[in-house]
Design a protein around this ligand. Structure first.
Ligand SMILES: *[C@@H]1O[C@H](CO)[C@@H](O)[C@H](O)[C@H]1NC(C)=O
Ligand SMILES: *[C@@H]1O[C@H](CO)[C@@H](O)[C@H](O)[C@H]1NC(C)=O
Ligand SMILES: *[C@@H]1O[C@H](CO)[C@@H](O)[C@H](O)[C@H]1NC(C)=O
Length: 285
């Protein structure tokens, strides 16, 4: 009785297994490349439990290569960061699913699988928001010092920044506006140190920065905008002590000049009219 049960149970299992195989339940779905600052992860979804996945990759339509970190893994993601080198190539991935009940002798070629879309990390990896500082050079000029975001990639013991990878293709967009006004201006800087000039003296300005890679296709040219940073201004009514003293001094000087001129003029006039008076009275009638 017990053995009959086992046989029946096995039979049901087999049927279920065959049914699910026929179904394309095992095929990985919704395959996505997620890439930020050149850390690139391939993700997919699955409805079949107890499957393991093996990821193969190729570049420029070459041979399929093994990705040792993603061999028979049970997670539905694979970090391909260290495989997609050189960065400026077109990569494809192939995700193969194997159910635990499948024979390991099965050729990889027979397994249910899904191809990813093609992906080029150099052109498509998103760039995160940058950090920067703003320092005044003089009343109408500031320097913007931008920190190149770090990647998770190490080379010769050094953690690479996006500048190490993008080199001269990396530029920065700096957007700024007078605080309280909506009129925005934008400049593009080829280096990580930028100068913004022709600012109105004493005004507070707000700055935002984003990585900008003009060599890329339009949709991936710009990185995320940074947080906004505003400088402190000196509004006109907050004149310094020196300016007040200067203004009062000038006003006093002008007043003294006016008074002096008026007094001198009056004296002059009085004298002239006196002379006129005497000359008139001394004239013979
Ligand atoms: C880049 O970011 C955009 C917007 O958040 C997103 O839609 C896209 O999938 C991302 N691309 C990659 C390769 O991660
Ligand atoms: C998946 O595996 C677990 C244990 O490894 C088992 O308990 C479960 O029944 C399995 N599920 C399927 C649908 O095979
Ligand atoms: C720019 O900022 C970085 C990091 O904050 C700092 O190490 C560097 O000295 C700054 N450069 C200048 C010229 O201020």
């Amino acid at each position: 009785m017990a053995s009959l049960k086992t046989v029946l149970y096995l039979g049901v299992c087999m049927i279920t297994w065959i049914a699910t195989t026929a179904d394309d339940n095992f095929v990985p779905k919704a395959v996505h490349w997620m890439s930020l600052d050149f850390k690139t992860i391939l993700t997919w979804t699955t409805t079949a439990p107890n499957c393991t996945y093996t990821v193969l990759y190729s570049w420029d339509d070459g041979d399929w290569m093994d990705c040792h970190d993603c061999n028979e893994v049970s997670e539905s993601e694979c970090d391909l960061t260290n495989y997609l080198i050189p960065y400026d190539r077109t990569y494809s991935a192939d995700i193969k699913a194997r159910h635990v009940t499948m024979d390991h002798i099965d050729d990889l070629g027979d397994l249910p699988h899904t191809f990813s879309r093609q992906f080029n990390p150099y052109k498509e990896s998103n760039i995160s928001a940058v950090e920067f500082t703003v320092e005044a050079v003089d009343e109408s000029k500031v320097t913007v010092n931008i920190t190149n975001p770090l990647t998770s990639i190490h080379k010769h013991g050094k953690q690479l920044s996006i500048r190490d990878i993008l080199k001269n293709d990396l530029q920065y967009k700096i957007s700024y506006h007078k605080s309280g006004s909506t009129g925005k201006k934008e400049i593009i800087s080829e280096s990580s140190m930028a100068e913004v000039s022709e600012l109105d003296a004493g005004q507070s300005y707000c700055f935002m920065v984003a990585a900008y890679i003009p060599s890329r296709p339009k949709t991936t040219q710009q990185g995320a905008w940074s947080k906004q940073y505003c400088t402190r201004g000196h509004p006109a009514h907050e004149l310094s002590l020196g300016a007040w003293v200067g203004t009062v001094f000038i006003l006093l000087t002008v007043l003294i000049i006016i008074v002096t001129v008026t007094v001198l003029c009056c004296r002059c006039c009085q004298q002239r009219s006196k002379i006129l008076h005497t000359s008139q009275s001394s004239a013979p009638v």
